[in-house]
Write a protein that binds this ligand. Structure first.
Ligand code: ARG
Length: 414
């Protein structure tokens, strides 16, 4: 018997072909692993295909709750969004799948693991790097990278080897789905000038088909993690599934962007992340109430660093541990409720409250009960403006020209 390899298996054409190819071309015994992060396709037919392709076993592991609790919620707490828009659904799933591949490899005594990512994307990097972190002794085979077959060749290969593929009208798009979002690329989307046709969307309604009336949902957070909707405590999977359905119904979470891949390519991506977009906005709004200005400012920088490390496949690193410790510390006061309005493609925070709120009505009010000492503002402004005045008198006025758009030529004259 040859050595055993564990393959990250989706049941689609490519990984079914890979199952056979790893045996034929590389002499491995193949164990297929399907990881359920929330949107597994038909498991029974996928298992049948894997076994027909000669797999020793096709195992399924439900990792939904772990995915949300240990990968998604920490990223939510950090406010991690890549290049201003992408909530990182696919990127967050990869390190968990990598971990489960390594666990399975240990269980079955495998010497290698495999994935079907192409050689042009980020996902191969995330898999390879995470696997090397968790099982440095394991060999990694990228089946699509090492066996360049186009679609027709793959179909012919499957037919030749009796792998049932029942080719429904092949989608021109490459998609990846989990509870945090859906990623779509390729096909006509490769022209960044072309508006995506309605068919690329599966979780969200187009704005014109959304309800005329808004929906309101109150989200409760406990230490930065969502724990209840409209007062009902829910497990993470249920909470995110409900929000995906509700916000998707109102057209929330469509993202159309050009992003920078780690491998240096700019690519056009479509995402649907109704729950993610809603929760990120709600969480941001609660932080505005419960964190100080300095915390918010610094945390924004950390958020970008955190998003980059997730995107770049550096989940299992000390740098991540350090950032996560900081983020977790910031979340100790982020407890409270946010009322979100979902309407015509938007998710807007319209109310927020917290037992840890830093908002003081007595300080903010323009009406009765004002406790802010307005006379103290005078001295404060004097000192705040002092260096500005000194610089204006000693430097800027000397160089000022009449046509200076900042009108420094008139300083002190009128
Ligand atoms: N560009 C996104 C990322 O790097 C999504 C990748 C989607 N993967 C896919 N197989 N369609 O995270």
């Amino acid at each position: 018997m040859g050595e055993t390899i564990v393959l990250a298996y989706s049941g689609g054409l490519d990984t079914s072909v890979a199952t056979k190819w790893l045996q034929e071309a590389r002499g491995y015994e193949v164990v297929c692993l399907m990881v359920d992060l929330g949107r597994l396709p038909d498991v029974d037919s996928a298992r049948e295909r894997g076994l027909k392709a000669g797999a020793l076993a096709v195992d399924v592991v439900d990792a939904k709750e772990d995915f949300l609790r240990f990968f998604v919620y920490p990223a939510l707490g950090a406010g991690a969004v890549y290049e201003g828009s992408y909530p990182l659904a696919t990127a967050l799933g990869r390190p968990l799948i990598a971990k489960l591949l390594v666990d399975k490899a240990r269980e079955v005594g495998a010497t290698a693991v495999a994935h079907g990512c192409t050689g042009k994307g980020n996902d191969q990097v995330r898999f390879d790097v995470s696997i090397r972190a968790l099982g440095p002794d394991l060999k990694v085979v990228g089946t699509a990278r090492e066996n360049l077959m186009n679609r027709d060749e793959a179909i012919a290969y499957a037919e030749r080897h009796g792998i049932p593929i029942k080719q429904t009208v092949a989608s021109p798009y490459s998609t990846d789905e989990n509870l945090w979002g859906r990623s779509v690329e390729a096909g006509m989307l490769e022209d960044p000038w072309m508006e995506p046709p309605e068919e690329v969307y599966a979780w969200t309604k187009p704005v014109r088909a959304t309800p005329e009336e808004p929906a309101y949902v109150t989200i409760r957070f406990d230490h930065g993690a969502p724990v209840a909707l409209d007062g009902e405590e829910l497990r993470a999977v249920e909470l995110v599934e409900r929000l995906n359905a509700l916000a998707g119904e109102h057209g929330v979470g469509r993202i159309d962007m050009v992003e920078d891949r780690l491998v240096g390519i700019k690519s056009r991506e479509i995402y649907e992340s109704p729950a993610a977009v809603t929760l990120l906005e709600a969480h941001r709004s609660l932080e505005a109430l419960t964190l100080t200005k300095l915390q918010l400012r610094f945390k924004e920088r950390v958020a970008q660093e955190y998003a980059d490390l997730i995107y770049n496949g550096l989940w299992f690193t000390a740098h991540h541990q350090d950032l996560a410790a900081y983020v977790q510390s910031t979340q100790r006061h982020v407890t409270g409720e946010v009322r979100m309005r979902l309407h015509r493609g938007t998710a807007t925070a319209v109310g927020r409250q917290s037992e840890r709120s830093l908002y003081s009505h007595a300080l903010a009010t323009y009406s009765e009960g004002d406790q802010f000492d307005q006379s103290a503002a005078l001295g404060f402004i004097k000192l705040h403006g002092l260096p500005v005045e000194v610089q204006a008198r000693r430097q800027l006025m000397l160089d000022a020209k009449d046509d200076d758009p900042l009108r420094l030529g008139t300083v002190g004259e009128d």
